[in-house]
Design a protein around this ligand. Structure first.
Ligand code: NAP
Ligand code: ZN
Length: 347
């Protein structure tokens, strides 16, 4: 077994503390990655604090992982020792169901196994990227370009693909008017991608202080969502709205932004149900949808697109010693715009 060290939550109220554990020795298809950087996703906080229910402890969070390949199994073809590599939210799927075969692994019919807070099909707990290494099958390990800052690539593995996938699925591009709701880790990647794909893009934010950054990140317009008059002015104007908000909020306000046949896609995952008025749906024949991370091939396509267009996340570096303050700042919406843990401080 591989000896690993990381930071784990022992229960839903405890702060993350040092944790020693073992990972499996690499099988023929596995890649061992020595982790250099891991982003802090709001999903880490939701799960550490058991806001969605069913959390498993001890929990080593982290699914925005970048590092260097330390070992490869005999069947591995994409990687050799020393290569840069990245792991996201998924580490196992059945690979044979219709969704897996269609490259939609997050929707695996047997159930996708998360990088942490999950059990493999063999019943072993999975531990994430707030740690010094990880073992994953090659299928779930991505190549990354050396042209980009590795630390700033890490958030692409969740915040990046979670916004890229729905923007691509719903055909966002030139001639489309797109709204991004919430300027956090997901929202700032959504803005960058919608802008890069050529859409006219507006940010809806509760934080007036983020307006200038939003314009720099790609917003053509910034709307303060607490301003009812400003929201009213945008009623019925949008083809697609991507809701990246982590806390309970009124979805009807965002459905009302849509034009005929417009789509509101929910990617944020507040712990409470979000009530929807039937009138907000029938007006303009609106659709309400959701989307979960993205498939392995589309994740690689997104990473390759980022390398070509020089797109990375805007990050603030932090360390394993500052996880609690990072969580508190994330809860306040006070991150520009993703924390990334330097795991070299764990060595
Ligand atoms: P984050 O960095 O904390 O950003 C969330 C943003 O939501 C905040 O910056 C804030 O933006 C806005 N917000 C927060 N509280 C709000 C409130 N009470 N009312 C209105 N807006 C509020 O979080 P994240 O990492 O981007 O994650 C966002 C959500 O997506 C989380 O729930 C996470 O679990 C989920 N997620 C889903 C998937 C998926 O596959 N679907 C993948 C990853 C994450 P403003 O200051 O601009 O208002
Ligand atoms: Zn995430």
């Amino acid at each position: 077994m591989i000896q690993s060290k990381g930071y784990a939550a022992q229960d839903k109220t405890a702060p993350l503390t040092p944790f020693h554990f073992e990972r499996r020795d690499p099988g023929p298809k596995d890649v061992v990655v020595d982790i250099e950087f891991c982003g802090i996703c709001h999903s880490d906080l939701h799960q550490v604090r058991d806001e969605w229910g069913g959390s498993m402890y001890p929990m080593v969070p982290g699914h925005e992982i970048v590092g260097k390949v330390a070992a490869v199994g005999s069947d591995v073809t994409k990687f050799k020792v020393g290569d840069a590599a990245a792991v996201g939210v998924t580490v196992e799927t059945c690979m044979v169901c219709e969704n897996c075969k269609a490259g939609a692994e997050p929707y695996c019919l047997k159930g996708m196994v998360g990088t942490y807070n999950a059990k493999t099909y063999e019943g072993e707990p999975t531990y994430g990227g707030y740690s010094n290494n990880i073992v994953a099958p090659e299928h779930y390990v991505h190549t990354i370009s050396s042209k980009l800052d590795a630390a700033a690539v890490a958030p692409l593995l969740c915040a990046g693909i979670t916004t890229w996938s729905p923007l691509r699925h719903w055909g966002v591009g030139p001639g489309k008017r797109v709204g991004i709701v919430g300027l956090g880790g997901l929202g700032h990647m959504g803005l960058k991608f919608a802008h890069a794909l050529g859409a006219e893009t507006a940010l809806f934010t509760t934080s007036a202080g983020k307006a200038e950054d939003a314009r720099r990140l790609g917003a053509d317009e910034v709307v303060i969502s607490k301003d009812a008059d400003a929201m009213m002015k945008h009623k019925g104007r949008f083809d697609f709205v991507l809701d990246c908000v982590s806390a309970p909020h009124d979805l009807n306000e965002y459905l009302n932004l849509l034009r005929l046949d417009g789509v509101l896609c929910q990617v944020g995952l507040p712990e409470e149900p979000l009530p929807v008025s039937a009138f907000s749906l029938i007006t303009n024949r609106h659709s309400l949808s959701g989307s979960m991370i993205g498939g392995m091939q589309e994740t690689q396509e997104m990473l390759d697109y980022c390398a070509e267009k020089n797109i990375v996340a805007d990050i603030e570096m932090t360390s394993v010693n500052d996880l609690e303050s990072a969580y508190e700042r994330m809860l306040k919406g006070d991150v520009k715009y993703r924390f990334v843990i330097d795991l070299k401080t764990l060595a």
